[in-house]
Design a protein around this ligand. Sequence first.
Ligand code: BJW
Length: 224
Amino acid sequence: MLTGAGISAESGVPTFRDAQTGLWAKYRAEELATPEAFHAQPRLVWDWYGWRRQLTARAEPNPGHLALVQLQARYPELTLVTQNVDGLHSRAGSRDVVELHGNIALDLCSRDGTPVSQYRDGGDIPPRCAECGAYVRPGVVWFGEALPRAALERAEAAARSCEVALSIGTSGLVHPAAGLPLLAKRHGALLIEVNPSATPLTPHADFVLTGPSGVVLPALVQAL
Ligand code: BJW
């Protein structure tokens, strides 16, 4: 099962390709989530992630997240793979979530990618790694960066072996995650898409459940 930003929309977390609002309206998310943007304007990118960190910390899991917890209780072999960095699946109670694009709550050293638990004194923005003095960056995967190898391998193994694949709330535009539902289908899985809008995956899906995941998923779980 693969989820994307749409599953958190009903928790008040904007999807990635929604137009941004307020302070951030003049920027496109795709332009800020890159190593090049961080290199050129580290403070701008750090502040954007700071704003999003606050937003996700305040958000609560919605009925879509909770339905997937119930589904996993019923089918313990279910592998939940998410592109989301908001941690809401784990906070809802899902176990062993495969986070393909990292987690926004984590801090990493921008020099070597190791987790940072302490900033160097000095009040820099972005803060600096206490060990080496490089800027601290959010623990997410930007465009052009490799996905965490173990997470991608687990996701691909699950796609190759599952009987049913669900693609929920993702535009299916960002690779390699976008290839997972089709990988599952090529290996014989039944493919179900849950989304209020059509995506490039829609023509390949065996069933398309059109609607918000906070409505569709609880109904699906109840019907099983
Ligand atoms: C609802 C709803 C409701 C609304 N209910 N639904 C093959 C082909 C072409 C390009 C590439 C390729 N392979 C790789 C690339 C390049 C690139 C890429 O994919 N580019 C494309 C855009 C063209 N990929 C990469 O760069 C990746 N890295 C890589 O491949 O590295 C190779 C490498 C190997 C070895 C060494 C070095 C490099 C990295 C991709 C990282 C993506 N990162 C981001 C940012 C994360 C941090 C952050 O959050 O700031 O991840 S980008 C952004 O997109 C974010 C998301 O996880 C991801 C997917 O977006 P998602 O979840 O689909 O959201 P939206 O907004 O697009 O869609 C929301 C959907 O919800 C919509 O469909 C709505 O209808 C729906 N919805 N309300 C249910 N209530």
